[in-house]
Design a protein around this ligand. Sequence first.
Ligand code: ADP
Ligand code: MG
Length: 280
Amino acid sequence: MARLRRHRSEADEQAPLRRGPAPIIELDDVTKVYPGGHLALERTSLSIARGEFVFLVGPTGCGKSTLIKLLIRDLDPTEGEVRIAGRNIGVMSDKKIPLLRRNIGTVFQDFKLLPDRNVYDNVAYALQVIGASRTEIREKVPETLRLVGLSTKVHSYPDELSGGEQQRVSVARAFVNHPPLLLADEPSGNLDPVTSIGIMQLLYRINRTGTTVLVVTHDHSMVDKMRRRVIELYEGRIVRDETSGGYDSDESTNEFAMRMRAEMGVGPEGTTNGHSDELI
Ligand code: ADP
Ligand code: MG
């Protein structure tokens, strides 16, 4: 039994989030009170299944980023339990946390790229820090840059890229290890509407590879048109959790982009998507 358990935990070390039937994200009666007494989340419960695409919306200060930080144990809940793939991350030992974070890609509004490294090296860095082999890096980085449509920009530095391109690098970096879960906190917060559609298309494409995607956004028109599950927070409580009736899970990435552009009234020429070297 002891030996069996050891074997099992070794397998878990490799891919702790990739197995098992549990929802990928569960919050069970989670309350977060910041030092100083501010109540950021109040008795929040939710469950997100593997493979879902979910928006998290609500006004500034309602607790969206707090919720994201709880999922990567950047913050600890004051009360309640956060489970990732069925595991209560509150009782995970500190040395397991890097492994948890390795399995959760994160994208932020401000890109967080390394300014002194080019596009290739920014993405490669995410694999280097987890000890990937050079062969793996040489294979996965170009493949992921192709996926995000940046094959022609591998040698560019962040300050030579548009905001939309920088965010694509940041998405590539988050996805290069093919995590089962990707969290994006206002990924299009600094981008114009046309560029935002491109980023949403990219997240949609990533979701279609099987990765669960949770996106925080302020952009109501985008959310309405994406027709995916929407969880709304207001003053730290969930006030809405619904799946849109128009949900079409078979929509291809290109169909999705065409529909979004049509519904948002922008022409294909203005977008940064539709690359011929897309993988999916
Ligand atoms: P959102 O991302 O929805 O804009 P946040 O989760 O960042 O909201 O913040 C929720 C509330 O908690 C806000 O009122 C914010 O001011 C407060 N808050 C966020 N971070 C801290 C902190 N480190 N210390 C104290 N209060 C904080
Ligand atoms: Mg926020």
